[in-house]
Design a protein around this ligand. Structure first.
Ligand SMILES: C/C=C/C(=O)SCCNC(=O)CCNC(=O)[C@H](O)C(C)(C)COP(=O)(O)OP(=O)(O)OC[C@H]1O[C@@H](n2cnc3c(N)ncnc32)[C@H](O)[C@@H]1OP(=O)(O)O
Ligand SMILES: NC(=O)C1=CN([C@@H]2O[C@H](COP(=O)(O)OP(=O)(O)OC[C@H]3O[C@@H](n4cnc5c(N)ncnc54)[C@H](OP(=O)(O)O)[C@@H]3O)[C@@H](O)[C@H]2O)C=CC1
Length: 447
């Protein structure tokens, strides 16, 4: 039995759940990995010079044992997230530390502590097997998986599953991720695959869409409301392309920051009007490595006021971090909110606290999304209210190049990866809904 037999079953129109359940599992499968004995390979290099193409491997790996409450999924497609870039350059720390720590928690979790890390935090595919106690899903179900892995044995996470003390991001802080032909997930990560999308389109939004939903829309994040001026950094990037859609769909006013004409055009085509090209306008918030330039914050704020008819920002959707955070705090209106989920350019932020406290602003930390938020975000995709922002699609063996593109900011929106899917465009079940939204679905393709 090989993965080819699994693919044949997925592509046959008449395979039943019983047929999938009867398929023997292969002994091994292909997966994108990083290796524990290579974690020092980039020592001494700058972040920019660490090349994911050198650390990312395509390996044959054994199928992991299936535990209670878990599912093995045949992965048709996945996508590249920035967390896989971090893993592949071993920053800010090697993810093998996460796997070791997880492995120490219980007997079953020991499976995750291996000398290789199968990465990837998105998937679209078909359930192959479910473990004891799983009733909601069965072999043959077409699914996407969100990346929240929690144990929920502590009451801390019972109101908001992101607050579980054993909260992990699947494929980053756990093993057996989605950039592979088969993945292991907790069954509570599974959600129905939106029927109007192909495998690679369905695999694209998961992580970033859910994160943007919590960070911007949810009451756990900024709780955006109609009319809010929302400053969105990287507005055509992974997170930003969903934040922009949420702002527009929610009646807010996105002020989109991008770094090229092409990206400005993408934001315009999504429906945004207020756009700032940070490259063309040359903002330099730091005079040198340790000194910021408040004059540049003011120039940036003035530009925002020009675009808003004199208004300041209600919500900043932050993730670049050190480079932009001082400006973000400054341009926020009295009582406004800066919500942050990342620090791509550096995690030791500096800002002038007088502008925060004197103007009663708030900084909110946000991370991925809880079970419910991830489900709500996926529902919006399934209803055609929010669309995938898939640009380019790579083969599994070219994942290193795909991660390189994201690391070097050469990409637009989301970058997809075909895992078992032999070509793009497969897996669409609802042609009618697709036809209704085809332009929006294709907006980012091949640019
Ligand atoms: C969905 C996608 C998301 C993304 O893409 S996010 C971007 C990628 N992610 C990242 O870049 C984050 C990577 N992770 C990290 O960098 C680290 O993961 C953290 C900095 C988040 C945490 O580091 P850690 O080593 O796990 O925690 P500690 O707090 O540095 O050390 C733990 C030790 O510190 C003790 N401790 C914690 N809180 C307190 C306290 N309040 N007072 C005293 N001690 C404390 C603990 O007990 C423990 O101790 P003991 O080492 O002895 O076990
Ligand atoms: N905590 C969480 O749950 C999550 C955290 N993240 C983190 O968020 C960050 C962004 O992820 P994602 O959106 O997928 O990545 P992308 O690279 O797809 O998009 C980020 C965009 O931010 C802009 N940007 C990058 N650096 C800077 C800078 N120095 N100043 C201003 N703008 C900048 C770029 O747009 P442009 O050049 O057009 O301005 C870029 O396209 C990563 O660090 C990632 O790890 C992501 C998802 C979830």
């Amino acid at each position: 039995m090989t993965v080819k037999d699994i693919l044949d079953a997925i592509q046959s129109k008449d395979a039943t759940s019983a047929d999938f359940a009867a398929l023997p599992l292969p002994e091994s499968y292909q997966a994108i990995t990083v290796h524990k004995d290579e974690t020092e390979m980039f020592a001494g290099l700058t972040t920019r010079d660490k090349d994911p193409r050198k650390s990312i491997h395509l390996d044959d790996v054994p199928v992991p044992e299936l535990g209670p409450g878990e599912a093995l999924v045949a992965v048709m497609a996945s996508s590249v997230n920035y967390n896989s870039v971090w893993t592949s350059i071993f920053e800010p720390l090697s993810t093998f530390g996460f796997l070791e720590r997880y492995g120490r928690t219980n007997e079953l979790a020991k499976r995750h502590d291996l000398p290789y890390h199968i990465i990837g935090s998105d998937l679209a595919g078909v359930v192959l097997r479910t473990g004891p106690g799983v009733n909601a899903w069965k072999p043959g179900d077409e699914v996407v998986a969100h990346c929240l892995s929690v144990e929920l044995e502590s009451s801390d996470g019972h109101n908001d599953t992101m607050l579980d003390p054993e909260q992990r991001i699947w494929g980053f802080e756990t093993n057996f991720g989605g950039l592979a032909e088969i993945a292991l997930v907790k069954s509570n990560q599974l959600m129905p695959k939106p029927g109007h999308l192909s495998w690679e389109e369905a695999a694209a939004p998961g992580l970033v869409n859910s994160t943007a939903y919590r960070q911007l829309v949810s009451r756990n994040g900024a709780g955006m409301k109609q009319g809010d001026n929302v400053l969105i950094w990287g507005a055509s990037g992974g997170l930003g392309s969903y934040a922009t859609q949420f702002a527009l769909a929610g009646g807010a006013n996105p002020i989109c920051v991008v770094s090229s004409d092409q990206k400005a055009d993408i934001c315009r085509s999504m429906g945004a009007e207020a756009i700032i090209d940070r490259s063309a306008e040359g903002y330099k918030f730091w005079k040198d490595e340790t000194t910021q330039d408040p004059k540049e914050w003011k120039r940036f704020g003035k530009r925002i006021r020009e675009l808003t008819g004199g208004e300041d920002i209600d919500i900043v959707f932050e993730h670049p971090g050190r480079e932009t955070f001082g400006a973000s705090v400054f341009v926020t209106r009295k009582g406004g909110t800066i919500t942050t989920c990342a620090s791509t350019s550096g995690y030791m932020h500096e800002y002038d606290n007088r502008y925060l406290w004197m103007s009663l602003k708030r900084i909110i930390g946000s991370h991925f999304a809880n079970y419910r938020e991830a489900w709500e975000a996926n529902r919006l995709i399934a209803k055609g209210k929010i669309h995938p922002t898939l640009s380019k699609v790579y083969s599994l063996e070219d994942t290193g190049q795909a991660a390189y593109d994201v690391h070097r900011n050469l990409h637009q929106g989301k970058v997809g990866v075909l895992c078992l899917a032999p070509e793009e465009g497969l897996g669409v079940r609802d042609e009618e809904l697709r036809a209704e939204h085809i332009d929006a679905i294709n907006r980012f393709r091949n640019i």
